[in-house]
Write a protein that binds this ligand. Structure first.
Ligand code: PMP
Length: 337
């Protein structure tokens, strides 16, 4: 087994740190002994300003995973259910159970797409939240605002719709739209600095929604909401919004380049709005994973497909070159299906 050179299993952002972030981090180090902004109020106000909304509608937290967990804890009593599609983010069932609720997994519709009618159909009197991942991890599917509105229209008034936009900046902005502009108080969006802004290790994200729906989440973080160094980095990253968007476009272009190459080789790869592709090889998933590993690329199987994160061009070239030698092997016709 060769040494792994390209880590493409965790959907990380491999682009350079955004301008100003390193300096902000260095500057914040001198104050790590201080309380600083324990409630991350400045970050929330800045986010609200950027979103054209009020700070009461924004809650900052230590990444979107923590906020998903906090949101579910705030809104789900023991015995309640949370409905989501399968395949979707593989940690949802864990986060839901940690909140004392029960996951209800709804099989995806044709083309592995999230199906609003099926999601609404799985809602019962015990359901508190429907969870939609957009772009969906691992399938890459992007749903638009009209899709979310059609789901809202099919949900009972007391059920909340939580949209996880961990990868939104890698999607076509026209296709994903901006659900934070939807007036319905049941719709809540969670976002993160982990992927688009490359701050995964620092832990910063936010929820945006109606004050009465996101407000209870504040009480689920018993103490400091976001580390002060992470706040400093997040605020600096927001200043570099243009560069962030440009980098995400570069990631998306690389993702599409790899997809085009894989399609040409006969692989089955749905279009993706995230910083990853989901390659479906049926019974050959593990062979493909092993083949990539032998060529220095680490990826993993998620929900019956091989999820390949988008790396820097050199890593993506390594994926394509390994895929070429894999497809050229005797099993080619089977593999291509
Ligand atoms: N949502 C989705 C769909 C994810 O894939 C991830 C991380 N892989 C998260 C949320 C959590 O990310 P973070 O806590 O770093 O914001």
């Amino acid at each position: 087994m060769s040494r792994i050179i390209h880590q493409l299993a965790f959907n990380e952002n491999h682009w350079p740190m955004l301008p100003g972030v390193r300096e902000a981090l260095a500057g914040s180090l001198a104050d790590v002994n201080l309380t600083g902004d324990a409630l991350a109020g400045r970050l929330e106000r800045r986010l609200a300003e950027d979103l054209g909304t009020t700070a009461g509608r924004v809650v900052a937290g230590a990444g979107s995973g923590a906020l998903l967990q906090q949101f579910l804890a705030a809104h789900c009593a023991p015995g309640s259910t949370v409905v989501h599609t399968q395949p979707s983010f593989d940690l949802y069932p864990l986060l839901i159970r940690n909140a004392g609720a029960e996951p209800v997994e709804v099989p995806a519709g044709p083309g592995d797409r999230q199906d609003p009618a099926a999601l609404a159909g799985a809602v019962t009197g015990r359901t508190r939240v429907v969870l939609v991942c957009n772009p969906n991890n691992p399938t890459g599917e992007v749903v638009g605002v009209a899709w979310l509105e059609s789901l809202l229209a099919a949900l009972p008034p007391e059920v909340l719709l939580l949209v996880d936009e961990a990868y939104r900046e890698f999607a076509d902005p026209a296709a994903i739209g901006d659900p934070t502009t939807v007036a319905d108080p049941r719709l809540v969006v969670v976002r993160t600095f982990s992927k688009s802004h490359g701050l995964l290790g620092l832990r910063a994200g936010y929820l945006v929604g109606a004050a009465e729906v996101v407000g209870p989440v504040r009480r689920t973080a018993p103490f400091h909401r976001v580390p002060t160094v992470a706040q400093a980095a997040a605020l600096a990253a927001l200043e570099a919004g243009d560069r962030m968007r440009a980098q995400c476009r570069e990631v998306a272009a690389e993702r599409d380049r790899v997809r085009a190459g894989l399609l040409e080789l006969g692989f089955d790869v749905p279009p993706s709005g995230g910083n990853y592709l989901w390659v479906r090889l049926g019974p050959h998933n593990q062979r493909f994973i092993d083949h990539l590993a032998a060529h220095g690329v680490l990826v993993r199987e998620v929900a019956g497909g091989v999820r390949v994160s988008t790396g820097l061009p050199e890593a993506n070239d390594a994926v394509l070159s390994a895929a070429r030698s894999f497809a050229a092997r005797p099993l080619t016709p089977e593999v291509a299906r």
